[in-house]
Design a protein around this ligand. Sequence first.
Ligand code: HEC
Ligand code: HEC
Ligand code: HEC
Length: 327
Amino acid sequence: MNSISYLARALDAEGSEPFDEATHQDMRTLVCVQCHAEYYFKKTEWEDPDGKKHTAGVVTFPWENGLSVENIEEYYDERKFTDWTHKLSKAPMLKAQHPGYETFKTGIHGQNNLACADCHMPYVREGAVKYSNHKIGSPLDDISNTCLNCHGESEEQFKQIVERKLERKEELAAAATDVLSKAHFEAAKAWELGATEEEMTPALMDIRHGQWRWDFGVAAHGGFFHAPEETLRILATAIDKGHAARLKLRVILAKYGEPGYEGPDYSTKEKAQELIGLQMDKLVDEKITFLNTLREEWIQKASHSGKEIYDPKTEVKEFKTSYADEK
Ligand code: HEC
Ligand code: HEC
Ligand code: HEC
């Protein structure tokens, strides 16, 4: 078996940046890319020493056609790969993991060959010692040691610039979520009315592609900042696919006598939870029981273990969730 890693294999297959040619600066990105990228488990046959055949799910980056959302979509389509079938629409869905690297590469900092570590692992000095900070978090918590190494703006200006980028992404992400949700409900109605697979397939492919693009745009953590243009472009194509699906479904719904069909109301969190059959009361009860019993036991055990495995400083004081008020 070839010992070359899954990352090297994928970079070589994609071709624009072979692993052997990676510089030290590239490595300060590639170390993160081992995890912060899109991947799937490719079904792969192998033979053990006794000649017995097995199938393994091998971690694979789907980059053979390139790194863009369309390239990867095409890769999965060619292999008829599907993560799950949607319960309502029966569309063959794809789940994006976290294509952080793929989007980062298209942005201004990626294009200027900055590395992830340049912003997320800033150099800090303690006395005579200079080292890179390994508490990887938001660069905005330490703007003077990250952004301001290269830029002249003030911390406040930069916070505002980044915030506005996030708002723009959220606006398009919400629009994409809405149109795709409606498409799922309308597809479900079309099935219910007796639409055939042949009639439905083109609309379901639009839903598959639209939701894949939405997911790619929102799951690429930090994409709104790393690559704002690409993120907004991806979300715009998600909206476009969603509308394409809805147009096709409208024709089918009309054919089966429901031209004016409107899906159910999911305009609030509570309505959406009810719609998908989430038993919130039960879940909140379970969580509160966990917090008051098992979690307390774990903390007790850890703090009396004599080993430094419990740090009271890391204790969560406030829970920002729907069960917080009821604890
Ligand atoms: C072995 C896999 C792995 C590697 C390598 C890795 N990460 Fe992560 N990273 C994760 C996972 C998983 C999370 C989510 C952790 C969570 O939410 O609990 C995460 C979270 C983060 C976050 C969010 C942290 C926060 O405050 O919530 C940042 C930023 C980040 N990683 C950047 C990087 C950078 C930069 C590198 C390279 C220097 C890197 N990661 C390398 C797996 C990895
Ligand atoms: C030019 C600076 C810069 C570079 C280079 C950079 N990032 Fe970021 N990253 C940011 C900023 C700014 C944010 C947004 C932080 C926030 O919202 O608090 C961010 C957000 C993130 C997040 C989401 C954190 C969260 O809490 O949601 C992850 C994960 C992440 N980056 C990983 C990476 C990886 C992996 C790379 C390299 C492929 C990289 N970043 C390169 C500046 C950078
Ligand atoms: C290692 C140097 C370096 C660091 C660190 C860095 N940048 Fe940049 N930044 C650049 C370069 C180079 C450009 C491109 C400038 C150009 O082409 O005019 C750029 C461009 C930008 C732009 C304008 C381009 C656009 O598309 O919006 C913004 C905004 C920006 N950076 C914000 C940040 C923020 C916020 C941070 C910290 C999280 C940061 N930068 C960290 C080097 C850096």
